[in-house]
Design a protein around this ligand. Structure first.
Ligand code: FAD
Length: 444
């Protein structure tokens, strides 16, 4: 509960933020359940904040397409969808007041700006304000009550709670009564006008929305899951699911992915490997961002990692690059340049290469602080799935040993796990990848 208060007999407002879908959404179902109980209508509101960090045209176009599908799907259940524009800390309380809401419900996000919004909104409203974790299978604050040290400490806790939380979704409720008065026609043009204020990163041809997310999942389970365990670390195989943008924008829930996974039995190692990523690793990232206020800074690293990085701070670096050289993929390493290019051009980078990519930023910049800054800025700006707990935790794992352990000491990295070009070569056809993404012979 974000804010206690006396529940009034007014509409139930669901402030949808992270989980942008009409199906398989516990926050929406909770809102409808309350509306039925109180015999009042419910409404879903999305507030588009124009000063959201790293708001690019790329992520905006993907999100907007998803919202249009969502509005249609909500409409089929007679749930009005209202799009507000502006600062949620102002706009949500104004809306709550305007419609004389009985209570407010929102979905869960461990990231700081969302938490600040919630605090700001809670200060301005009088009605009860509930938060429902519709993103995770086990609500983040119940999965563990502290920052976990590693997957091995988190996994048993999480798995124990599955009996309670991993169930099929009930059939979605309809709105108990029509919205009183006119639902404003959705003005998609006004929001489209904001495009000129966004960071100019080109959109990518990825179809957004919850309907497409289900198709991507089905296709993956049918055609590629069987090879996931063997091929997922090969960026050329295309064997991973490609679900991360859809999970990030809440177009599909992790719980739905796992429910569908349970329906098929083809290859145990692959099923287990995929379940480990979708469930354990993803929810571990949520745990890190929820319990570690400095999740995007060096201060969040474990003590052993900070110490070892400090000890090696003044080691001579074989190469030092500035932000522009990194951003434009102008390093001596053709594999790194190709990975950077894959991200900039396609809005995605293969998971295995993301690790290599971030570790090399540590190796080629003057300090871990600088490395964190660049890695997060590029990740959030160019990846469609950026600005996600997985991104902050993934970068912190690579650069700061978060959820990892000390390894053999070496220059610059100290005891942080190292990755090499030669290691990548043993995993996949590096030359073919470079050819594909750079096509420049002279880079090698
Ligand atoms: C430096 C770095 C940056 C990253 N940035 C992001 C990011 O911005 N957004 C993002 O969603 N993921 C990020 N990841 C995690 C992971 O690389 C991506 O989730 C994955 O590559 C997405 O592709 P996929 O959906 O095909 O993955 P699949 O292999 O098909 O996995 C399915 C799902 O499991 C989850 N998952 C997979 N790998 C991980 C992991 N290592 N940690 C946590 N969850 C995982 C994701 O939700 C993913 O969509 C990052 C990892 C690193 C090392």
């Amino acid at each position: 509960m974000v804010r206690e208060g006396r529940e009034l007999r007014g509409p139930v407002v669901y402030w949808m933020s992270r989980d942008q879908r009409a199906k398989d959404n516990w926050a929406l179902e909770f809102a409808l359940h309350k509306a039925h109980k109180n015999n009042v209508p419910s409404v879903a509101v999305f507030c588009f904040s124009t000063d959201y960090p790293q708001l690019t045209l790329r992520s905006f176009v993907f999100m907007l397409g998803g919202l249009q599908v969502l509005a249609k799907n909500l409409n089929e259940r007679h749930i009005p969808f209202i799009l507000l524009i502006g600062n949620p800390v102002e706009r949500i309380p104004e809306f709550v007041k305007e419609v004389e809401a009985g209570c407010l419900i929102c979905d869960f996000d461990p990231l700081k700006w969302k938490r600040e919004w919630l605090r700001g909104v809670a200060e301005k409203i009088q009605v009860p304000f509930f938060q429902v974790d519709a993103h995770n299978v086990v609500p983040c604050w119940l999965a563990s009550d502290h920052k976990e040290y590693a997957a091995r400490t988190f996994r048993p806790r999480l798995l124990r709670k599955l009996d309670t939380f991993f169930s099929d979704y009930p059939p979605g409720l309809e709105n108990p009564m029509p919205w009183p008065g006119r639902v404003p026609e959705q003005d998609w043009n006004t929001i489209t006008n904001f495009q000129k204020h966004l960071l100019p990163v080109d959109p990518v041809p990825l179809i957004p929305g919850e309907d497409e997310a289900m198709s991507v999942l089905e296709k993956f389970l049918e055609e590629r899951l069987a090879s996931y365990d063997r091929e997922r670390n090969n960026p050329l195989s295309g064997m991973s699911s490609g679900l991360s943008p859809y999970i990030h924008f809440g177009h599909i829930s992790a719980q739905r992915i796992l429910l569908e996974l349970d329906q098929i039995r083809i290859d145990m190692p692959s099923e287990n490997a995929f379940r480990e990523q979708v469930l354990v690793r993803r929810e571990l990232s949520e745990n890190y961002c929820w319990y570690e206020p400095s999740y995007d800074m060096v201060d969040g690293f474990p003590n052993w990692a900070r110490k070892t990085l400090d000890k090696h701070l003044y080691d001579s670096r074989p190469y030092l690059y500035d932000k522009q050289e990194l951003e434009y993929g102008m390093t001596h390493d053709a594999l790194w340049n190709a990975a950077q290019r894959e991200m900039v051009v396609s809005g995605s980078m293969h998971g295995y290469l993301r690790m290599y990519w971030a570790k090399k930023i540590l190796e080629w910049t003057a300090s871990p602080e600088e490395a964190m800054g660049y890695a997060l800025e590029f990740n959030d700006r160019y990846q469609v799935d950026g600005r996600d707990p997985n991104g902050y935790t993934g970068v912190a794992w690579c650069i700061g040993g978060v959820h990892d352990r000390p390894w053999k000491e070496r220059p610059v990295f100290g005891q942080i796990r190292y990755m090499s070009y030669g290691g990548c070569r043993r995993k996949f056809d590096v030359e073919a990848y470079i050819d594909h993404w750079s096509g420049k012979e002279e880079d090698r």
